[in-house]
Design a protein around this ligand. Structure first.
Ligand SMILES: [Mg+2]
Length: 278
């Protein structure tokens, strides 16, 4: 008789950690620092790309990101027109080699905290949550950016870079490494928060609750001032598109920015208490 039934184990406790992205999530409103550098390294090879094209793979390891831009059909066509051949591994390596110093050169200029970061992190800690972070930046870039953020009052307990793991987003490895660093499990007790589609994919692949940020990061791709200057209908149209894109890739929740996530923690904990999984 008893073999007719199966029993399932569910986590019904509270949230134990938040894993936050960096650019466009906690620092660098609009995720502006990397976008310009991608455009630059392609221009150095005689191939024009738009900022929108540069933003499509955002969140990935920066070398993967360069390769993914080169594989966009329109970019691949322009590359062939200029070079007479495909953009190969050596080309990607060469562009990544020039990307690194250029990115290191402008990171500090885009290190201001996104409004709400300090307050949100403080509230999460007061609720007993630990703060980890993941990023497409390399270890060298993060050393610089972490110091800049710390000076401004933001310091997560754990930071894992795309260069610390076998592969960056959308693979879940940076999340698992954070969980290990923080001593936190199960993964359904953790929430991933980020501004790109690959952030959402990373969180879902790790089995976490996932919150997309539509307004402060790569999906809008504009500084806080530029967002404020948008005509109301244009802002509404662009925001609606960003919300839709993030829901389409499976985000559990989408809000404007990190300043809006605290009410969602109660929602997630109520769902956990009811026996739900991400
Ligand atoms: Mg980001």
């Amino acid at each position: 008789m008893s073999h007719s039934y199966t029993y399932e184990r569910r986590y019904r406790g509270r949230l134990r950690a938040a894993l936050l992205d960096w650019a466009g999530t906690t620092v660098d409103y609009g995720c502006l620092a990397p976008a310009a550098v991608f455009v630059d390294v392609f221009a150095q090879r005689g191939v024009e790309i738009t900022t929108d094209e540069a933003r499509i793979p955002m969140g990935a390891h920066k070398r993967d990101h360069i390769q993914q831009i080169s594989q966009l059909p329109a970019v691949a066509r322009r590359w062939r027109e200029v070079h007479g051949s495909e953009c190969g591994t050596a080309d990607v390596d060469q562009m990544f080699a020039s990307f690194v110093p250029q990115q290191l050169g402008n990171l500090a200029d885009f290190a201001e905290l996104i409004p709400g970061t300090i307050e949100t992190v403080a509230t999460m800690r007061a609720r007993g949550m630990k703060i980890g972070s993941t990023t497409g930046y390399t270890g060298e870039m993060m050393e610089l950016l972490r110091a800049e953020a710390k000076r401004r009052g933001y310091e997560p307990e754990s930071t894992v870079c795309s260069t610390d793991v076998p592969s960056g987003r959308p693979a879940p490895w940076m999340c698992f490494q954070n969980a290990q660093n923080l001593g936190v499990f199960p993964m359904e007790a953790c929430v991933k928060i980020g501004d790109t589609l690959s952030d959402v994919a990373e969180g879902l692949n790790a089995g976490m609750w996932t919150i997309g940020l539509a307004k402060s990061g790569n999906e809008m791709g504009l500084s806080e001032e530029a967002v404020a200057a948008l005509p109301t209908d244009e802002l509404a149209r662009r925001l609606a598109r960003a919300y839709e894109r993030m829901y389409q890739v499976g985000a559990h929740f989408v809000v404007d920015s990190i300043a809006d996530v605290i009410p969602l923690l109660d929602v997630i904990e109520a769902r956990l208490a009811a026996g739900e999984r991400p």
